[in-house]
Design a protein around this ligand. Sequence first.
Ligand SMILES: NC(=O)c1ccc[n+]([C@@H]2O[C@H](COP(=O)([O-])OP(=O)(O)OC[C@H]3O[C@@H](n4cnc5c(N)ncnc54)[C@H](O)[C@@H]3O)[C@@H](O)[C@H]2O)c1
Length: 338
Amino acid sequence: MSWELLLWLLALCAVILPLVQFLRFLRADADLTLLWAEWQGRRPEWELTDMVVWITGASSGIGEELAFQLSKLGVCLVLSARRGQELERVKRRCLENGNLKEKDILVLPLDLTDTSSHEAATKAVLQEFGKIDILVNNGGRSQRSLVLETNLEVFKELMNLNYLGTVSLTKCVLPHMVERKQGKIVTVNSLAGIASVSLSSGYCASKHALRGFFNALHSELGKYPGITLCNVYPGPVQSNVVKNALTEELTKPMRENIDQSYKMPTSRCVRLMLISMANDLKEVWISDQPILLGAYIWQYMPTWALWLTCKLGEKRIQNFRNNLDPDSQYTLWKPKRD
Ligand SMILES: NC(=O)c1ccc[n+]([C@@H]2O[C@H](COP(=O)([O-])OP(=O)(O)OC[C@H]3O[C@@H](n4cnc5c(N)ncnc54)[C@H](O)[C@@H]3O)[C@@H](O)[C@H]2O)c1
């Protein structure tokens, strides 16, 4: 082989390899640290056994799927949300498909906005299992309404539930973890807690508040290396979050039958969450493209990101007015999932 040909081949590799990496990145559904942990890191099946895990918002969507996947790992579960009957259904599902016995799952109805009940709920868990290894702050609601048309009560409810409810429960559980010098607090935030979008101003604000709170708490827990905080930032995931979203008025429900099939399957999101927990990752982004790419643009080029979200915001509002899910515009990029 001549030197000239060899040089050409090397030059070609120098172009093709980064291009291949870039195309792989375009298909990524999580941040690079999490993808690395999925490939090379510790398995949830090895790390998350023999633990007591308390999940809020366990009656539906991400929380229900998390309970289901954890039930196969042999952990003790505490299932919390407002509706006891739904929690009993999730418990049965976990018992049927998991490795757990009746005594391993505690159904503990809890309203996150009723902060006066959180201390007693924490005591009930400790009485039942003697410890809390992992608290998963997952319960929450989203929003679909424009600022100009939304009652102030809706903004208060979103802050009370998503932000203050989570802070309150965390404050009840944290002293126990400090005493044991170990524990994990996993908080299901949202990419809307990093990058704001139209129609969800109150929701974005509550999730931004959570980000601020937990990042500050992280810096206060430096002398407790055994206590880890993991903040999970999902993009759109299949669940009842849109159906349960708050609207212009507290009492006005969302319309039914909103297509969610194009979103990330709940099972994939939860698997990535378990990998994050097993590897003690501090902040993880979980989303299909192009939303994940949008989060990177928001992080590195905020002025461009604001211009872009303004353009996309118009389309979101148009979709909303046409009775479509605002996020459905991204199906142009991604084929619809079954
Ligand atoms: N699905 C998504 O696209 C998505 C994206 C980013 C973040 N998230 C976050 O994921 C978390 C779980 O949401 P999901 O998508 O599974 O939605 P979901 O509506 O299916 O589940 C929400 C859960 O929170 C519970 N909940 C609501 N209000 C409560 C209250 N006052 N007290 C206690 N529990 C309450 C519900 O009962 C339910 O169990 C939420 O914090 C949400 O903000 C979801």
